[in-house]
Design a binder for this molecule. Structure first.
Ligand code: RIB
Ligand code: CA
Length: 299
C-alpha cells in the first residue's frame, strides 16, 4: 500500500488520474491538494470535491485547497483545453467540505506523521509542493519521493517550444522542488506524448458501467467533441499515477535539473545527466501504461 498525496489542477487528464487513484487498492490517498493552473483554484477545487464525491462518496478523503497563483505573477489557465469550468462535463454539486487546513499544512502534516513513507504525486504547477518544502528541511527529509508530471527534456514543449505547461506556469517553484534534494521522478512530454487514447478507439474507451468508467468516457467524448482537430487525448497525469503504482513502466536517467525562470526560454527544464536527485523519464512501456489506466477506470 503506497501512501500518496495528490496535488492537482483538475483538469480533464487530472480527473482521469484521480479516478485511477481512487479506484486503486494499492494506493492509500493521504490527501488531495488543489492548485490553480488548468483553471482557477475555485474551479479546480470544486472539480476535485465533486470528483471525489461522485466516485468515492462516503469515503473519508481529505481535500485541501492551495495556491491560486504561482510564486510570481498569475496562472494563465487552459480552459481551451479542459472546458469552460476546467472539466467540460457537469458533475452533481456536493456538500463535501474542504479539510480544515490548507494544502501546504496538509502536505506537511501527512509527511511528518509518517517520515519516509509518503509520496507526493504532483499533477499541476508545483506551487503548493515548493511552499510545503520552503524553509522546512524536516519536510524535505520526510517526503519519500515526488512524482512530477511536468517538463519537456528532449522534446519540444506544449506551451512554448521550450516549456511544458506545469513547469511554465510556475518555473520558480519547479526550480525550488528540483533543487530541494527530495527524490523526484520527472514524467514529462518525452513520455506522456507517447501515451494517449485515440479518438477512434471510442466511445467506449473504458469498459463497463461503473461510475468511473461512465465518467471517464464522458470526459473523453466531450474533450474530443470540443476539439475537432485533436485525434489523441494525452494521458499526461494518468501516466504519473500509473508510474507511482508500477515504476517499471518507465525507464529513467538520474540527473540534476534546473528551470529557466524568465525570458524566451521560461519554463525550460535544463538537465545535466549523471548523479542527481531527479529520475528523468525517457522511455515508457506504452502498452502497459495504457492497460493500467484502462483497468483502473473501467470496472
Ligand atoms: O502539460 C500537461 C500538464 O498540464 C497536465 O498536468 C495537464 O493537466 C496540465 O496541468
Ligand atoms: Ca494537471
Amino acid at each position: 500500500m503506497r501512501r500518496v498525496i495528490i496535488d492537482t489542477d483538475p483538469g480533464t487528464d487530472d480527473a482521469l488520474a484521480l479516478l485511477m487513484a481512487l479506484n486503486c487498492p494499492d494506493l492509500h490517498i493521504e490527501g488531495i491538494t488543489t492548485v490553480g493552473g488548468n483553471a482557477t483554484l475555485a474551479h479546480t477545487t470544486r472539480n476535485a470535491l465533486r470528483l471525489v464525491e461522485y466516485v468515492a462518496g462516503g469515503r473519508d478523503v481529505l481535500v485541501a485547497a492551495g495556491a491560486d497563483r504561482p510564486a510570481q505573477g498569475s496562472f494563465s489557465f487552459a480552459y481551451h483545453v479542459h472546458g469552460t469550468d476546467g472539466l467540460g462535463v457537469d458533475l452533481p454539486s456536493t456538500a463535501r467540505k474542504l479539510h480544515r487546513a490548507d494544502a501546504v499544512e496538509l502536505i506537511r502534516d501527512r509527511a511528518l506523521a509518517a517520515p519516509g513513507s509518503v509520496t507526493v504525486i504532483a499533477l499541476g504547477p508545483l506551487t503548493n509542493v515548493a511552499a510545503a518544502l520552503d524553509g522546512r528541511p524536516d519536510v524535505a527529509q520526510a517526503i519519500s519521493e515526488i512524482v512530477v508530471m511536468g517538463g519537456a527534456v528532449e522534446v519540444p514543449g506544449n506551451v512554448t517550444p521550450h516549456a511544458e505547461f506545469n513547469i511554465y506556469e510556475d518555473p520558480w517553484s519547479a526550480d525550488a522542488v528540483f533543487s530541494s534534494g527530495v527524490s523526484v521522478t520527472l514524467i514529462g512530454l518525452d513520455v506522456t506524448h507517447r501515451t494517449f487514447m485515440r479518438r477512434d478507439a471510442g466511445p467506449q474507451w473504458f469498459e463497463g458501467d461503473s461510475r468511473s468508467a461512465r465518467l471517464g468516457n464522458r470526459i473523453l467524448a466531450n474533450s474530443f467533441r470540443e476539439r475537432a482537430d485533436v485525434q489523441e487525448f494525452y494521458l499526461h497525469d494518468p501516466l504519473a499515477v500509473a508510474a507511482a503504482i508500477e515504476p517499471d513502466i518507465l525507464a529513467c536517467r538520474l540527473a540534476q535539473v534546473s528551470v529557466v525562470t524568465d525570458g524566451e526560454q521560461r519554463g525550460h527544464t535544463v538537465v545535466s545527466y549523471g548523479d542527481g536527485p531527479v529520475r528523468v523519464a525517457l522511455e515508457v512501456n506504452v502498452r502497459r501504461a495504457v492497460e493500467v489506466v484502462r483497468t483502473l477506470i473501467s470496472d
